[in-house]
Every structure is written in C-alpha cells, then in structure tokens.
Design a binder for this molecule. Sequence first.
Ligand code: G3I
Length: 317
Amino acid sequence: DSPLRDHAAQQGFEIGAALGVDHLQNDSQFADLAATEFNAATAENSMKWESTEPSRGQFDFSGADAFMDFAQQNNQKVRGHTLVWHSQLPSWVENGNFSPSELRSVMENHIDEVAGRYSGEVAYWDVANEIFLSDGSWRNSVFYETLGSDFVADALRMAADADPNAELWLNDYSIDGINAKSDAYYNLIQDLQAQGVPIDGIGLQAHLINGQVPGDLQQNIQRFADLGIKVAITELDVRIDMPASQSELEQQARDYRAVMDACMAVNGCVGVTVWGIVDQYSWVPDTFEGQGAPLLYNDNYQPKPAYDAVHEALGGQ
Ligand code: G3I
C-alpha cells in the first residue's frame, strides 16, 4: 500500500519525522524512508543553539543547511527546532554571566541569524522549548534567571521580526494530558494573547511510555485549539521495557493509533511527528536504561505494528 505521506496528504494532515543529519548523510535506507514516508520534518539536533552558534557570533549552518536541503528536495514542511532552550545550549551562553541587556541581545542576535537565515522556508518555529517544570513552575534556565518570564514574549517577538512568515510555537514534554504543567502553558498562552504577543501554536512532544497514553489527550488538544492556536504532536515515541515482546509491540501500536486519532479528531491539530524513524537511532536507550524500541521501524528497517496502526489511522489499509 502507499506510503504514510500519501494518505496524510489526502487528509490535509502532516506526518513528520525528526531527522538526524548524520543518518541522512550516511545511511541511505534511513534517508529513503525519511523521503518516502513523511511530508514533514524536524531537525533532530542540527538547528539547536550548540549546533548553530557554538561560540559567540560564530555561526555554523552546515548541518541545518543540509537538513533544509533534504526537506526541500522532498517537499516536506519544516518545523524549526529550536531557538531558545536550556539544553544543548553552549556554555558560553549558559555560563556567560551576562547582564539582562547583554543576554537579551545575545538572544536577539541568535534568533535573527538562525530564523533569519531560513526566513520564508520554515513553517513553524519551536521558539521556546521546555520552559516549565512538571509542577507548572518556571524552569530555572539562564534565560529565566536573567530575564524573568518575559524572555518568552521577547523571543516570540524577536522571531516574528526575523521570520514574519513562520508560525511561532512553544513546545514541551509531559503536557500531553491535562495537568499542572499543561495548565501553565494554557495560562501563559492566554497571557501572551492578552498582551498581543505573537503565539501560533503549542507542540505536545508526547514522549510516552507503552500503555500510558493520557486518557484526556484529545480533550487537552481541544482546549488549546479553542484558544485559537494550532496544536501538533511534535516528538512522538512510545518506549518499551526491553526486550519488547509481541504483545508489547501490539500495545505500542494501539498507543500510536490513539495519539493519531486524538490529533485527527480536533480541527487545529495539524499533524503528528515521530521522534526518529528506526529504533536503533532513538535517543531513548541512551536516556532510559533498559528501555527502547519506541519508533515505527525496527533495527532491520522493517515496519512494526505501530507503523500499520499509523497507516490505518491515516486511512490506509
Ligand atoms: O554529536 C556528538 C558526537 O560527536 C559524540 O561522539 C557523541 C558522544 O556522546 O555525542 C554526540 O552528540 C549527541 C547528540 O544527541 C547527537 O547525536 C549528544 O551526546 C546527545 O546528548 C544528543 O542527544 C539529543 C538530545 O535531544 C539532547 O538533549 C538527542 O539526539 C535528541 O533526540 C534529543 O531531542 C530532544 C528534543 O530536542 C527536545 N525534546 C526532548 C528530545 C529527547 O531528549
């Protein structure tokens, strides 16, 4: 049957994948799947601060350019990831001891250069990533410590100046269901809207544990859509205790299906992006000892039950 992207296109839906540039360049099976199956793409690492501005004012767009070339050649909608994030942040920023005005100008220059370079070519920017903790309080990043919560509004306005055509999004994990952390976003977005700050969408990363899709995922998506912004599932994976049994792989398929269905049921949920393509390259085993197999393809590049579930959710057979 036809690839995921063909079915998605018929539904006006985006099915994306995070793409590691090293894999695109060195693994033709990976690159083939990336091109064939997906109509949207996010750079897994190459647009992050440590990749694009490893030292102050010294920009390196080699990885980001290679990613953009691939996405454009393959007619994929691009999510820029990410402009302001506490992680994968070079130490010259994190430990720079900048004054508020200095840090603001460091941030502005970074956003100008990165979002400006790809102006008109990026559909969505994850402008600020992972700004809240699970209890809904602000994360103590260098940005929050130095600039206070205004750094988010500042970054959104700076991104709007750098790329007036991109949609400007916030993005986080563990905000898939209704909880203290997603409530914090819900409140922040209303505050931003009241202040006239540009905010176009919220990305629910959805790094999930097998069998634990939040029951109120669709309701949560709906409440953000009801604020007049878009929603997407931006980093979907479903991790399993290894080794994965057949019944766990079938549970995983049901989980993928539930996430697809929840997004597709809400007007304003524009698409689902999976955080990688083949299990062997996933970030999961490096981070969660004993867990893995979170993606749509196994280590032999064969589609798993989860692939079939996504395919069927999109209307394929
Ligand atoms: O590039 C170096 C390589 O030169 C070196 O030999 C190797 C040794 O460890 O490290 C390589 O860098 C790694 C990089 O990925 C590229 O593979 C880093 O160690 C590793 O920490 C980094 O992990 C990335 C992680 O973000 C960092 O926080 C993952 O690939 C990436 O999937 C992950 O993605 C994040 C999203 O951006 C935000 N949401 C959560 C998600 C999962 O953590």
